[in-house]
Design a protein. Structure first.
Length: 213
């Protein structure tokens, strides 16, 4: 089984649980077009997944993402301190981010990375991004499962009963601790954590792809 298949299933469950908790903070004017364009992006992602070897693509996506994250960190650090953005970002930026997130979510299971880059560049407030991302992830993971299932490429995890119980327990614990930590974390620290998490996802994609080469 490819690692992203399990990641996508558990990601969908986690995002849905968090969305139930945080739906009041979702910024729908950005989340809806992001999710819609992300669902569209799943289509080319499925095509690429079906036609090309997954391992080289994971390495390429992970490496490109790391380079992009580094550029974002440098750009963000060079900016003057300003208040978080209030205006809606351009629809073209939202749509392109969603398409990229949908495509890489299929190939490498790291759909959150383009969203994190978008959030930093658009200076999306951490609380609104965290809640909105759960809606987007739920749609992306659902569309990815359906898309891979249609072409017969989806391989669900084959865990024992104990494995399912353990995984569920970890997800529930995470969805309980995450919001608690978020309320005690500053905007600056939350942005740093988000970038570190995105970088970790990119590294995991490179490692997983390299292991299968």
């Amino acid at each position: 089984m490819r690692i992203p298949d399990a990641v996508i299933i558990f990601g969908a469950g986690t995002s849905l649980l968090l969305l139930v908790q945080q739906w009041r903070a979702v910024e729908w004017r950005i989340a809806v077009p992001l999710a819609a364009s992300g669902a569209v992006g799943v289509i080319p992602g499925v095509a690429v997944h079906a036609l090309l070897p997954a391992a080289p693509l994971q390495v390429a996506i992970g490496g490109t993402t790391l380079a992009l994250l580094l550029a974002v960190v440098v750009l963000d650090a060079s900016r003057r301190p300003v208040h978080e953005a209030k205006a809606t970002p351009p629809l073209t930026a939202v749509a392109s981010t969603g398409v990229a997130a949908g495509a890489v979510n299929v190939v490498a299971g790291v759909g959150g990375v383009p969203l994190s880059v978008f959030a930093v560049l658009a200076r999306w407030p951490a609380a609104a991004f965290a809640a909105s991302a759960q809606f987007v992830f739920t749609i992306l993971c659902g569309a990815t499962i359906v898309g891979l299932g249609v072409v017969g490429s989806f391989d669900p995890p084959r865990f024992t009963a104990g494995g399912w119980i353990g995984a569920t327990a970890v997800i529930i614990a995470g969805t309980a601790i995450g919001p608690w930590l978020a309320r005690r974390t500053s905007q600056k620290s939350a942005r740093r954590v988000m970038l570190v998490a995105a970088g970790a996802g990119a590294v995991a994609s490179v490692v997983a792809g390299a292991a299968d080469l």
